[in-house]
Ligand binder design. Structure first.
Ligand code: NAP
Ligand code: MG
Length: 352
């Protein structure tokens, strides 16, 4: 007998995408799905469909055959659901909230058992150990992790878990750098690194989390109110709350905006427990100059990506995705992102 194991395209791939990185999310889904021989139907978020339709035009111009790449703009509850329920779609790659991700599992169960890959939310810890030497560098990375892209980032480091002995010194440096390096305003101004939030409803959601944190008695260190209202933009400044606890709402729920919650710890075990005390498991940052601590703790924190002594998730050659309710079924980016868009076939051929 000769047995041959081959990979085949899975068929028709549906991709349903969020608004926060509209062009990049298209790239992450489209590259491996097309390279493995599938046809793709993309549904961009309703707030950000123009870059996707433009990329499809360019793909068509570049020679991608008609019908291989299709863009279906529309609402989640109509176009998104139609992709989820369609009997001729073989797999859905979804990036977005955990809440909507769940619906795609229901759509699959209620229709044709299409495969579902989920890249969902995060509530990502930044753990700072007491042995770190350079507080300035840590502070600048803590700020970037929390506030880059206005915190509208699934891997935003929205929980700062810092050793009690260095907490005050680190927060002092964080607030000083926020003041000097983070300018909020018109994003077309090259000096500016913080723009408005994506839409009014999202701003209201972020402000309601800030109001909840105030009601729950957390200590507001900076921000906390809408600014630049006269501009007509939905601006919320970087907002930091100290004295958060594992029960605080802003520690438990993904805000997807510029809000950082700070908690202190005394022992390494406590730091790991706090880092893992979440239903999410997308990303984490860890700060330590001790190699043993780095190995122990990066293994113990249950997330898809750990960045040590830096913030950022590397490049296109490394897989990106989450543990726990941050998603499952596969990964975006890297060679690993190709396997999920293929079926494995075994063919036995009798040789006599
Ligand atoms: P979302 O509200 O879950 O929406 C994601 C997509 O699902 C959109 O295209 C949306 O359509 C669609 N949708 C909404 N309701 C639907 C329904 N009932 N049936 C089918 N489709 C539906 O997420 P978002 O607000 O765009 O983005 C923020 C979320 O994305 C955050 O939770 C963030 O953590 C997550 N995210 C995760 C990653 C990652 O790689 N893990 C990356 C980026 C963002 P419309 O909005 O157009 O109606
Ligand atoms: Mg949404």
């Amino acid at each position: 007998m000769l047995s041959i194991v081959t990979r085949e395209p899975i068929g028709v791939v549906g991709a349903v995408l969020p608004w926060n990185f509209p062009a990049m999310m298209v790239g992450w889904k489209l590259g491996p799905a097309l390279a493995t021989g599938n046809s793709v139907i993309l549904k961009p978020a309703k707030l950000t469909s123009l870059s996707t339709t433009r990329m499809a035009e360019l793909a068509f111009e570049a020679g991608v055959p008609a019908g291989v790449l299709n863009v279906l703009p529309g609402m989640g509850s109509t176009a998104g659901q139609a992709i989820g329920m369609h009997p001729d779609i073989d797999l859905v790659g979804f990036t977005g909230s955990t809440e909507v991700g769940r619906m795609f599992l229901e759509y699959s169960a209620a229709s044709n058992l299409k495969e579902v890959l989920l890249e969902c939310g995060g509530k990502n810890p930044q753990v700072v150990m007491p042995d770190i030497r350079d507080l300035k560098t840590v502070a600048s990375n803590v700020l970037a992790a929390a506030f880059w892209n206005m915190g509208e980032n699934c891997s935003a480091g929205s929980r700062l878990i810092v050793h009690r002995s260095i907490k005050d010194a680190l927060l002092k440096e964080v607030l000083a750098q926020l003041e000097s390096d983070w300018k909020l305003g018109d994003p077309l101004d090259p000096e500016v690194n913080l723009g408005a939030l994506v839409e009014e409803a999202h701003m209201e959601k972020v402000l309601s989390y800030i109001a909840t944190a105030k009601q729950e008695g957390l200590t507001l260190l900076t921000g906390g109110e809408r600014v630049r209202e006269e501009s007509g933009g939905y601006f919320v400044p970087p907002t930091i709350f100290d004295d958060a606890t594992p029960e605080s709402t802003i520690v438990r729920e993904e805000i997807f905006g510029p809000v950082l919650a700070v908690m202190a710890f005394d022992t390494e075990e406590e730091a790991i427990a706090l880092a893992n005390d979440t239903c999410y498991g997308l990303a984490a940052s860890l700060w330590s100059n001790d190699l043993n601590t780095v190995h122990r703790m990066s293994a113990a924190i249950r997330v898809g990506t750990v960045t040590v002594n830096c913030f950022g998730e590397g490049d296109i050659t490394t897989p990106f995705g989450g543990f726990k309710q941050s998603g499952f079924g596969g990964r975006d980016k890297s060679i690993y992102a190709h396997d999920q868009y293929c079926e494995l076939k075994t063919t036995w051929i009798k040789l006599t």
